[in-house]
Design a protein around this ligand. Structure first.
Ligand SMILES: [Zn+2]
Length: 419
């Protein structure tokens, strides 16, 4: 499966409808959750999805809830199914974490008058909330249609008239990104408090690459350069460029101004988090800026990983970075996060799978930067500041990152027979 997420460009009418759809999905989900929780409190049985849906349809036909009739039945149906899935996951987790008592222990608890703790309520489905941006809904797979420029959703338009039916087609922000005429799964529409997005999974057959493979590549990931390859190719750290620095600076500035505005609004005894129009505007600006930042970074990563895969190496070896450990260093955590090492690795792994290139992840404790490529000596106390590796044993001098990349290449080749 390959998943796609593309921004939508709805017109005003479509936008209004999208909000209505998302609102109804949230309503149905919360309604069903409330039903289950009330039943539980009253000591009644868990209500099946089927019964919930039947009850919901009755309600939908009543006068009080006639606004629900304007929303496609599939949207609310899927929301109730969502709750069913959430409950299923919850019950499974409970089963796993259930405390198993021996007969002896149970007898003991009874003697001291304590009832055994049965379940941990952690992970119980929660109510969806408008404030927390719970805006999303499903579409039935057989109802959607996708062209290279538009996606057709179900009953955005009420009327069956032809010129009205056009309303069902919402423009996609990226032309030709989602394959047309494929088998779609799990189409979903969501809102991130600025834009609407369409996501969908597509069944995908990995193509076995034809032609010759080239020499394997070891990749050393780092902060100085994002990636250094064993063939000497270096991909610089984009976060050191002017554009990114400027955007980051702007991010900090807007952030400061927002918190200042919040402070100014909050009088004693009043709601400190009152949102004025001004604040909403600034928050939108912040989000826009943030999206630009993440887009630039993500595009850059995609460019690099695609380029590396296109060289068709026999195998690619990356190290298993201890990102969590690096993140705990507060001087590094921001820079590490901005590099997106996990994402880089994920891209190499799935793109490798698509093209039939073996990807090896080196053991976390493999000393890729500490091992001399000339004699194999391992320098135990290599400091981060030593950019040039000088071997104490054989006197070899080499760039630290390049050496790591070459070591990773050799490591990979030692694990798998090279084509
Ligand atoms: Zn050496």
């Amino acid at each position: 499966m390959k998943s796609y997420k593309v921004m939508l460009i709805p017109n005003k009418k479509q936008r209004t409808r999208l909000f209505q759809f998302a609102g109804s999905a949230r309503f149905a989900y919360n309604w069903a959750l409330n039903r289950e929780m009330t039943a539980f409190k009253n000591g009644e049985k868990f209500i099946s999805e089927y019964d919930l849906r039947k009850e919901f349809t009755l309600m939908r036909n009543s006068d009080e809830y006639k606004w629900l009739k304007k929303i496609s039945n599939n949207v609310t149906k899927q929301a109730i199914r969502d709750l069913g899935i959430a409950y299923k996951n919850f019950f499974e987790k409970q089963e796993k974490t259930k405390i198993k008592y021996t007969k002896k222990k149970l007898a003991y608890l009874a003697r001291i008058g304590k009832s055994p703790a049965v379940y941990d309520m952690n992970g119980h489905p929660k109510f969806k909330c408008k404030r927390k941006n719970d805006y999303s809904f499903y579409q039935a797979t057989d109802k959607i249609q996708i062209t290279s420029t538009h996606v057709k959703l179900e009953s955005i338009a009420f009327s069956r008239r032809k010129n009205r039916q056009k309303l069902n087609w919402i423009k996609l922000a990226e032309v030709g990104r989602i394959p047309v005429g494929a088998k779609y799964k799990n189409p979903r529409i969501s809102y991130d408090s600025l834009n609407w997005w369409f996501s969908v999974s597509v069944e995908f057959e990995p193509q076995k690459s034809e032609g010759k493979f080239t020499e394997s590549i070891g990749i050393d990931l780092g902060l100085k350069s994002l990636a250094v390859c064993s063939d000497g190719k270096i991909y610089p750290n984009i976060n050191k460029t002017k554009t990114i620095r400027k955007l980051e600076k702007r991010q900090r500035r807007i952030n400061r101004s927002i918190s200042r505005k919040y402070k100014m609004n909050g009088k004693e005894g009043e709601d400190r988090y009152l949102k004025t129009k001004n604040i909403i505007k600034s928050e939108e600006l912040l989000l826009k800026n943030y999206h630009r930042l993440t887009n630039i970074r993500q595009n850059y990563r995609h460019q690099i990983t695609t380029e590396i895969i296109k060289r068709k190496p026999s195998l690619i070896c990356l190290e298993d970075l201890n990102v969590k450990g690096m993140m705990s260093n507060k001087h590094l955590s921001k820079a590490v996060q901005a590099q997106g090492f996990y994402e880089f690795r994920r891209q190499i792994e799935y793109k490798g799978e698509w093209t039939g290139i073996t990807v090896i992840i080196a053991d976390r404790y493999y000393p890729s930067s500490k091992t001399c490529i000339a004699c194999g000596n391992v320098k135990k106390d290599l400091r981060l500041s030593e950019r040039i590796y000088r071997c104490e044993k054989c006197g070899n001098e080499v760039d630290r990152d390049l050496q790591a990349a070459i070591n990773l290449k050799r490591y990979g080749e030692s694990k798998v027979p090279v084509r």
